[in-house]
Each structure stands twice: as C-alpha cells, then as structure tokens.
Design a protein around this ligand. Structure first.
Ligand code: NAP
Ligand code: GLV
Length: 316
C-alpha cells in the first residue's frame, strides 16, 4: 500500500532463459522477492520491470521495451549484447556467484595435470608400468592469465598458491598479490613471451575475438600450453592445431568452442594433445545466482548502487 492507501502495483519479473528449467528459478525468485510477480515470458505478455535472461530471442526485447534491469544468468554477455536491447535498461552480469572457485579449481587442475605429467603416468599405469619421471621445475612453467576480472584474478591467485610464477594481463593496470601484472596492448607481447601456460579469461569483445592466433601463440615460450575457459571465438582453431603439430605447443585444455556442442567431426575430439570438456568449467549455481539477482533488484528499486553492471560500449 502507498501512504494514501492506494494498492501499489507489484513488481513484475519476467524469466526468459533458453535451455534452463524454469520452475526452480521461479520458486527461488518468488521466495527471495515476496510480493513480486514472477513468470516465464510468453509472446504478448505484459511489460515487466526486470528480466532474468539467458540467450533470449530478439522478440523478447522487441516486446519488453520498459525493462529497468536485465539480469544475465552468466558472467559473459557477448551473446546478449548482439541483440538490440532497450536503451534505458541496466544490463547486469553474474558477479562470481560461486563461479570463481569453480574456475580456480578447473584451471589449477589443468595446470597441475600438465605440470605433474599425470597423463603420462596414467598411460604407464594403464600399460602395467611402475615408472618414475624426473620432477620438473615449477619455475620453468610460468602461468599467464589473460583477463584479471572477477574470475581471472581468482584463478591467477590460486595458481600462485601452488608457487607457480604467475603473470596477469588486463586492459587497465592492476595490483594483485603474488601476480606480476601487465596491462594494455603495449605490454601484451612481453606478457606472452614470458608465459608458458596461457589461461584465457577475457570477455569476448571485438577487441579480443581471435586473440589466440598463430601470431600470438607463437610468442609463448616453447612447450607452451593453452587453457581456454572463456569463449571459443577467442581461439583460432587451425592455428592451435598447427602449433601443436609443429611441437611449439605441448597441449591444450579447452572448455569452450566456436560451435557448441563441438561438432562430432571436429579434430579437437580426437587430438592426442587436447583435453576437452563440455563448457562446464564454471557453472551457474542457481541458489547463489538467485540471491545475487534478488539483492540487486532490491538495490535498483531503492536507487542504491550495484556492482556487475555491463558497459555496453566496452562490451563487458
Ligand atoms: P570480468 O570480471 O568482466 O573481467 C574481464 C577481464 O578482462 C578484466 O580484467 C578486463 O580488464 C579484461 N579485459 C577485457 N578486455 C580486454 C582487452 N581488450 N585487453 C586486455 N584485457 C581485457 O569477467 P569475468 O567475470 O572474470 O569473466 C570472464 C569471462 O569468462 C566471461 O566473459 C565469460 O566469457 C567467461 N566465462 C566462462 C565460463 C565457462 O564455464 N567456461 C563461465 C563463466 C565465465 P579490466 O579489468 O582492465 O577491465
Ligand atoms: C558461462 O559461460 C558464463 O558466461 O557464465
């Protein structure tokens, strides 16, 4: 009720997440925002105040023109920003919400699996061989993390906990404990030439598309290793294959691909130096995401500031 006793219209939240089971999200959002009307979007539905989205169709935004907030249930907004969005809406990405620890464990696992030669041990054990390999020098495996945002910073600091030399590269200059930070296009070559294990945690933008190419990956130290956990379009697939086949790169762990699911005929499936996973390095955790989104909706409604707002011009 308002002060003069008129019933305040309830806030409307529309849910449009392709490939996501709606019911538990609706229940969760409803209990986190009691009084709000929460419903799955249908063509022709009334205008909502806020939208919770993943891969919505353009028609959704063509109809929902009065949105105040658009909440993406992932960290990456590259697909969302391809659509024509209502200009007044604040676009918000997930800010960690349980993804940073998952990303840190995935990337550290890949680094350690490579550095400790667990694949070679597994092959030996499979062949009934009890054999030792000479321990490698950690200092020969400097890790370079591209992107030092919410996920990249956590990953870089987690790798540093295992005493690897760690470097990071971002657009603006940063200071991170245990991480040598590089910034901007002018420091990119130096960052690459000191890196042996390259981890990609950049957002996909016009500036970063195809950033891992023959030219850039050739700058990595010999025996380089690539871990791509950001987006498939950051990586030139054929260039990676050429550098694996000529021996400059020792291997790759890839979680993301230009086309997902990865087409069955793609050479990555069978390549002996490539480990693939099905875009699972850091999953959206429903309860934490709902709590974060509901908190931010309350803040926006109250005119309070929030973090995680996407800069549409910058692209992330
Ligand atoms: P974020 O917080 O926005 O961080 C992005 C980082 O990249 C920032 O440090 C930014 O620099 C840097 N950057 C952007 N453009 C750059 C450029 N042109 N040159 C150098 N550095 C640049 O993003 P996040 O939350 O860490 O997520 C990163 C990406 O991970 C997402 O966009 C998504 O694509 C991917 N992701 C994948 C999965 C998965 O399961 N595989 C899960 C979640 C996210 P500044 O700090 O200077 O701005
Ligand atoms: C997943 O890829 C995300 O962007 O959250």
């Amino acid at each position: 009720m308002t002060a003069c006793g008129v019933r305040k219209p309830s806030m409307k939240i529309t849910f449009c997440c392709t490939g996501t089971k709606a019911e538990p999200w609706l229940l969760g959002l409803h209990s986190a925002l009691p009084g709000a009307e929460v419903a799955v979007w249908e063509a022709g539905a009334a205008a909502a105040d806020h939208a919770v989205v993943w891969a919505p169709p353009q028609r959704f935004f063509d109809e929902q023109t009065r949105l105040k907030g658009i909440f993406n249930i992932g960290a990456g907004v590259d697909a969302l920003l391809k659509l024509k969005l209502p200009p007044q809406a604040t676009v918000v990405r997930l800010d960690d919400a349980g993804m940073a620890v998952q990303m840190a464990e995935y990337v550290c696992h890949a680094i350690i699996r490579h550095f400790r030669e667990f694949d070679a041990y597994e092959a030996d054990i499979g062949a009934g061989k009890w054999s030792y390999r000479k321990p490698l020098e950690r200092s020969d495996f400097p890790v370079g993390v591209m992107g030092l945002g919410v996920l990249g910073a956590r990953v870089a600091q987690s790798a540093a906990q295992f005493d690897f030399p760690v470097m990071g590269w971002s657009r603006s200059a940063k200071k991170l404990n245990g991480v040598r930070c590089f910034a901007g296009a002018e420091q990119f070559k130096d960052f690459l030439s000191e890196t042996r294990i390259l981890v990609n945690l950049l957002p996909l933008t016009p500036e970063t598309r195809d950033i891992m190419s023959l030219q850039t990956l050739s700058r990595l130290r010999s025996g380089g290793y690539v871990i791509n956990v950001a987006r498939g379009a950051h990586l030139a697939d054929d260039d990676l294959l050429a550098l694996l086949d000529n021996g400059h790169l020792a291997g790759a762990t890839l979680d993301v691909f230009r086309t997902e699911p990865l087409p069955s005929e793609h050479p990555f499936w069978q390549h002996p130096k490539i480990t693939i996973t099905p875009h699972t390095s850091a999953r959206t955790l429903r309860d934490q995401s709902i709590a974060q989104i509901a908190g931010k909706i309350r803040c926006l409604e109250a005119g309070r500031p929030i973090v995680g707002i996407v800069d549409r011009v910058r692209g992330y």
